[in-house]
Write a protein that binds this ligand. Structure first.
Ligand SMILES: Nc1ncnc2c1ncn2[C@@H]1O[C@H](COP(=O)(O)OP(=O)(O)O)[C@@H](O)[C@H]1O
Ligand SMILES: [Mg+2]
Length: 276
């Protein structure tokens, strides 16, 4: 719950998306979108299917080079342009993401998935050499730290009992949780989640709400959350950005968004396909 007292300092900007546009041939998937995401806050991105949410993530995390505009990461006084960087580079800068369709290493165990996520730290500690892998004290330390971190996330996510099972054999809800654990094992400054509640039952969805709020508060990182489940969005978001046909049509607090006529029209007022 985001109770803001007058004495609370406003968190600094973490990400500034400015006039972002992404075209695929004649289709403009993201159209001149500008917003700020603050550090230590959950910023939700909502909108009907095809609104451009995943495309925005793909621009942010180096999967697409935007047609125009910028995505600036603020780190202290540093401003780092993310547009056009590789996925590898954005990960190094502290962006971690999950995917709308789960992408785990299905044949690796749960624990192995968490260790692979930390591969970069381990390779650095090895000095990128075989000798390093075989003996250096820094490698041993890094390996121990990687195992400790993996163990901590297994525990926190309730995955300890399934640590040695192949990830692909887990029930869907646990796979979703493992994806988040894997992203957190990279020590991100900005966690980008693409529909993490999709396919979860109401109980799992309630657990996810609590988990995301805890991650924000305990790790003091920013979270960008694409989500259709309004029970998740409205309860834990500090700010909400609404996209429709690639354009930003509203931005505000959950209360502001709930009562925004344009949003109700474009999104919340949509006939529910499942109910129909
Ligand atoms: N690689 C691509 N090539 C062509 N069109 C794409 C590509 N990725 C997304 N689109 C189109 O861009 C629009 C926005 O898609 P997307 O960002 O996935 O929407 P959302 O995640 O909000 O449902 C859709 O019309 C989609 O078909
Ligand atoms: Mg999507």
């Amino acid at each position: 719950m985001s109770l803001v007292l007058p004495s609370d300092p406003v968190p600094p900007v973490l990400l500034h998306v400015a006039q972002l546009t992404m075209r695929f041939g004649g289709l403009t998937a993201v159209s001149d979108v500008t917003f700020y995401a603050l550090d230590r806050q959950i910023t939700a991105i909502i909108g009907p299917n095809g609104a451009g949410k995943t495309t925005l993530f793909n621009c942010l995390t180096g999967f697409y080079r935007p047609t125009s505009g910028s995505l600036r990461l603020h780190r202290g006084d540093e401003r780092i342009e993310l547009a056009g960087q590789s996925a590898h580079h954005t990960a190094r800068l502290g962006l971690a993401r999950t995917f709308q369709n789960i992408r785990l290493f299905g044949t690796m165990t749960v624990l192995e998935n968490l260790l692979v996520a930390q591969h970069r730290h381990l390779m650095r500690a090895s000095g990128y050499s075989v000798a390093g892998l075989l003996g250096f004290a820094s490698w041993k330390r890094a390996e121990k730290a990687a195992l400790d971190k993996a163990a901590m996330w297994l525990e926190r996510m309730g995955l300890r009992a399934v640590a040695n099972r192949p990830a692909g054999q887990l029930p869907y809800g646990l796979q979703r949780r493992l994806e988040i654990a894997r992203a957190m094992c990279t020590d991100p400054c900005l966690l980008c989640l693409d529909e993490p509640a999709a396919g979860l039952n109401p109980h799992e969805s309630a657990e996810l709400r609590a988990l995301l709020a805890d991650i924000r508060d305990d790790y003091k990182i920013g979270i960008l959350l694409i989500e259709h489940d309004m029970s998740v969005v409205m309860e834990i978001s500090d700010a909400i950005i609404v996209l429709d046909y690639g354009k930003k049509i509203a931005a505000g607090t959950p209360d502001e968004i709930r009562n925004d006529p344009a949003v109700v029209r474009a999104y919340l007022g949509e006939p529910d396909e499942e109910a129909a």
